[in-house]
Design a protein around this ligand. Structure first.
Ligand code: 5AD
Ligand code: SF4
Length: 472
């Protein structure tokens, strides 16, 4: 499948920013104080996209609210990975009728992966007249132009053409936190796992240039950011489309060379092409967190083949052993799908066995959700919803038990954490993360936010650890 890399020129982005400025000046002339709300569903890539939407909106002069009754513009950034998320989006968008009735000029936009599917755009066109603007992930770079068209055109705007995707540099960003940041290094996916809709809605794999990524990382570190998560659907294939000789491990090393005290994390790694070079680099780069999210999806070879995952359970386990050889303290997490079409109880037991062997620090478990247009949607599926729920409950119980046991091993130990925010609770008012990404609740002064400190772990459960700040 030939894919030609396409970049949006910096002039095109500047034109979008000119539109932002025109809108801003109009608001100033009208003495308006417009408010926007951006509601995000799904993965970290969507969180990162929402930061770009907020960047543009801020340039237009919008301040932000979480209250739909106050907002002049509402943008719902959607996910298509599972049906459940789509149902929630549609339910919530339907509810926006109420706020729109109170604020007749309110603009409601729906964007992201869900609306890159034709059947969903049609559904919104027909059944959700409350929505004024629909745009897919490939149109995000021209959001100002689309919003202006919606504001002035007095008719609904739909922009979600079929597309393999672009790379756009130079968009403004408004980040949620000054301590932690998402940094997209690539977009799209070429893997076509048979259950997954992502390659259809997010387009082909395309990497940002290493110099653009390093410049952004440097800027983040200089502005005080302490925790950078590199994002891509499959970071291990970073750079392949660029024809350059910088691979993902090289990119980690380049970011590690930026002066300053900070952590590098990344997600997601596909087990089919995680390399020894990557694990070695992670171990050697002192700023790289010893944390690996390595989705296995299933522990059964027939199911893995039907999923088009390109590895066997044994090959996966070898990778885990290799990662642990280089980093004995590595924190390992995974994604698992239960009830893939045709999965039997015996095949599911292989997944349980694999999990028992790996002993993940945390697992993200999902019941298979049928996605329109994917190969798995037409595979025969004899298992009932009850069968799947039973398997899911069993897996979750095993996952929670191991997470709690792993957390119990921290009790009494002193660990270095980065304090990243407030919890809003009176006791344990601060939240922090270990190098491996485990959540630690603390009591302390909020001046600790953004600092690396030593903490003695006092207790833990399945989901979190609790600690006490060690005196200097
Ligand atoms: N049904 C259930 N889970 C899915 N995932 C992706 N597609 C589906 C689907 N159709 C899960 C995978 C992936 C995670 C992000 O979502 O486990 O790793
Ligand atoms: Fe989906 Fe597989 Fe690509 Fe992940 S690697 S986004 S599961 S197709």
């Amino acid at each position: 499948m030939a894919y030609e890399r396409k970049e949006i020129s910096i002039d095109s982005i500047r034109r979008q920013e000119d539109i932002c400025r025109d809108i801003y000046e109009k608001f100033v002339a009208d003495k308006a104080r417009p408010l926007a709300m951006v509601d995000t569903y799904g993965c970290q890539q969507n969180e990162a996209d929402s930061e770009k939407l907020r960047g543009y909106l801020a340039e237009m002069g919008y301040a932000f609210t979480q209250d739909e009754f106050e907002a002049d513009v509402i943008v719902v950034n959607t996910c298509a990975v599972r049906e459940h998320a789509e149902m929630r989006v549609l339910g919530n968008v339907g509810q926006l009728n109420h706020s729109k009735k109170q604020r007749p000029g309110q603009i409601i936009a729906v964007c992201g992966c869900m609306v890159q599917q034709e059947h969903m755009t049609e559904k919104i066109k027909k059944s959700y007249p409350v929505v004024d603007l629909v745009f897919g992930p490939h149109e995000l770079w021209r959001f100002p132009e689309l919003l202006l068209k919606t504001m002035t055109g007095h008719k609904r705007v739909f922009a979600a053409e079929k597309c393999d995707g672009y790379v756009a540099e130079g968009m403004p960003l408004k980040r949620d936190s000054s301590v932690k940041a998402w940094l997209s290094i690539m977009y799209g996916c070429n893997n076509f796992c048979t259950y997954c809709v992502v390659p259809y809605v997010r387009g082909r794999e395309r990497s940002r240039r290493p110099e653009d990524i390093v410049a952004e990382a440097r800027q983040l570190v200089e502005s005080g950011c302490k925790d950078i998560t590199l994002l891509g659907q499959n970071v291990n294939s970073y750079g392949k489309d660029l024809g350059s000789d910088v691979d993902f491990a090289d990119l980690i090393r380049m970011i590690n060379d930026i002066p300053g005290e900070f952590l590098i994390r990344f997600m997601t790694s596909h087990p089919k092409d995680a390399t020894e070079k990557l694990f070695k680099t992670m171990a050697e780069c002192e700023k790289c967190a010893h944390q690996l999210h390595l989705p296995v999806q299933s522990g059964n070879d027939r199911v893995l083949k039907a999923m088009n995952r390109s590895y066997t359970a044994e090959k996966y386990l070898e990778q885990v052993r290799l990662a642990r050889k280089y980093m004995p303290d590595i924190v390992l997490t995974t994604d698992i799908i239960v009830g893939f079409p045709g999965e039997t109880d015996e095949e599911f037991e292989d997944t349980i066995r694999l999990c028992d062997e790996v002993r993940y620090d945390a697992m993200f478990t999902f019941i298979y959700s049928k996605r329109v247009g994917t190969p798995a949607a037409s595979m025969p599926d004899a298992a009932t919803r009850e069968d799947k729920q039973r398997r899911f409950d069993k897996l979750l119980e095993a996952a929670n038990r191991v997470s709690a046991e792993k957390h119990a091993e921290y009790i009494g130990k002193t660990v270095r954490v980065l304090v990243d925010g407030e919890t809003g609770k009176a006791e344990y008012n601060l939240s922090s993360r270990t190098n491996g990404g485990r959540l630690v609740h603390l009591s302390g002064d909020k001046s600790l936010i953004g600092k690396f400190i030593d903490v003695k772990i006092t207790s833990g459960n399945t989901w979190a650890l609790y600690g006490k700040v060690e005196e200097e």
